[in-house]
Design a protein around this ligand. Structure first.
Ligand SMILES: [Fe+2]
Ligand SMILES: [Fe+2]
Length: 214
């Protein structure tokens, strides 16, 4: 194996950016363009939980820990910490925007069932997990970048900063996964293109959102 991957983490404290009891000044709610508030709330009602789903993927990988490399597990620990911070950041955003209580979100989150069967192709081994993760993370970069422009920026500096951190963190997750791929699986790089095509087909064939990836 050629050295260790250069893993990076965007360090920021959620409490400094968006305190738990943050209130969005009424002026922003009044001035947001038509439809932005409603669409942002419905977007958050999905995004909040998909960030929290990282825990179930992490737990799944940990059950197969003996198959995984040390760099991959180190990367995944950083990844989980960030994703759980995103979960809490979006819970706070959703609460102060839509008025949904944390207890309500806890109940909805606990009711989710995680299915891994349809994702077998992605979960085959560390290599397929890494490529799937890269696919998912780069998708998150693009969607959060769009959402920052369309939603986050209308509700004050704190919410806007959350959007910026999400984009930056997801970009680093992509980079970190790529680093582990290059360090530990460079002999399989020729398989990446075909696998990405299959993952992309899998994503569009899944009728519902699978609460793990995608
Ligand atoms: Fe995230
Ligand atoms: Fe991520």
């Amino acid at each position: 194996m050629a050295g260790s991957p250069k893993l990076r983490q965007n360090c920021w404290l959620l409490d400094d950016v968006l305190p738990k009891d943050h209130c969005i000044p009424a002026q922003y709610l009044a001035e947001a363009p038509d439809g932005v508030f409603q669409n942002f709330c419905s977007l958050l009602s999905r995004d909040v939980y998909s960030e929290g789903d990282a825990q179930s993927l992490y737990d799944y990988v940990m059950r197969r820990k003996s198959e995984m490399s040390e760099p991959f597990l180190t990367m995944l620990t950083i990844w989980l910490a960030d994703e759980l911070k995103h979960y809490e950041a979006l819970r706070r955003t959703y609460r102060c925007l839509a008025g949904v209580s944390f207890a309500d979100m806890d109940r909805r989150f606990a009711a989710r069932v995680h299915e891994f069967e349809p994702l077998q192709m992605a979960l085959e081994d560390e290599f397929t997990l890494l490529v799937t993760l890269m696919f998912d993370e780069i998708g998150s970069v693009y969607s959060y970048r769009r959402d920052l422009r369309e939603y986050y920026r209308y509700f004050g500096q704190s919410i806007e900063r959350i959007g910026h951190h999400l984009v930056k963190d997801e970009g680093m997750h992509f980079n970190n996964a790529a680093e582990v791929l290059l360090t530990c699986h460079s002999h399989r790089l020729s398989e990446v293109k075909g696998l990405l095509e299959n993952i992309s087909q899998l994503e569009s064939s899944l009728k519902t959102y699978y609460k793990t990836f995608f």
